[in-house]
Write a protein that binds this ligand. Structure first.
Ligand code: XMP
Ligand code: MG
Length: 222
């Protein structure tokens, strides 16, 4: 058995941390020029951490077929990469999707709703479920979502998140993920699925938004 210690530890991005990668080498649509503050996590760093998370999941779920439950829309790119890594490990799974909403602009509303859920009891009952999230911030979304999912009488339920935010001031999140890719500073981030008013999901890397990005009128783009 290979060592499991390091890959089970969430990678910590320090408070003033930026990626070692030169931002000038990054690819992004030209309409985003000036909107991206600092480069927080490069695509390459995400990719290698995703491999580690997949290894952890494979070690824990070998011989079973977990339901990989993707929270739309933000977790989509992470989900796709994670499933790809699981395939390389010959780890079987089934796929389900849900849509939860809790954010308006850059402020959490604290109100979590399941939008147009297509979850069926027969697809989840008595199954090991891994909820795949883009980011756990205050944990409010998770804390509201987990009891809704438990109603499906699952065999087990764990959470795999790409990012978890450090809240500061000794605040603790309302819920935590078993598998977490990166612990990030308490800043609003975007890219690789994460949006600000539906923009920036189409970035390969994860960035901190700039003031120009916050001020930009998303409706001016068609
Ligand atoms: P909570 O606070 O409930 O938030 O844990 C979870 C959901 O809020 C969104 N979120 C963000 N989206 N940049 C984003 O683009 C952020 O920094 C951020 N923080 C929270 C996200 O949808 C997440 O699932
Ligand atoms: Mg989310």
């Amino acid at each position: 058995m290979t060592s499991t210690a390091n890959k089970r530890e969430t990678t910590v991005i320090p408070d003033e941390g930026t990626s070692n990668v030169d931002p000038a080498t990054r690819l992004y649509p030209p309409e985003y020029e000036g909107h991206l503050g600092s480069l927080l996590i490069s695509h390459e760093e995400i990719d290698s951490r995703v491999q580690e998370l997949a290894q952890c999941i494979h070690e824990d779920y070998k011989g079973t077929r977990p339901v990989m439950l993707c929270t739309l829309k933000g977790a989509c790119p992470f989900y796709q990469h994670l499933l790809d890594a699981l395939q390389d490990l010959k780890q079987g799974y089934t796929m389900e999707f849900l849509r939860a909403s809790s954010y308006v602009g850059a402020a959490t509303s604290g109100n979590v709703t399941l939008l147009g859920s297509e979850l069926n009891k027969e697809d989840l009952e008595n199954r090991h479920v891994i909820l795949v999230e883009d980011i756990v911030d205050t944990g409010t979304t998770l804390a509201n979502l987990l009891p809704l999912l438990q109603k499906f009488e699952l065999k087990s339920l764990e959470v795999c998140t790409m990012l978890e935010k450090r809240l500061g001031d000794d605040k603790t999140p309302a819920a935590k993920a078993k598998y977490a890719g990166f612990s990030i500073p308490n800043k609003f981030v975007l890219g690789f699925g994460l949006d600000y008013n539906e923009l920036y999901r189409d970035l390969k890397d994860i960035w901190v938004i700039s003031q120009a990005g916050i001020d930009f009128d998303a409706k001016s783009l068609v």
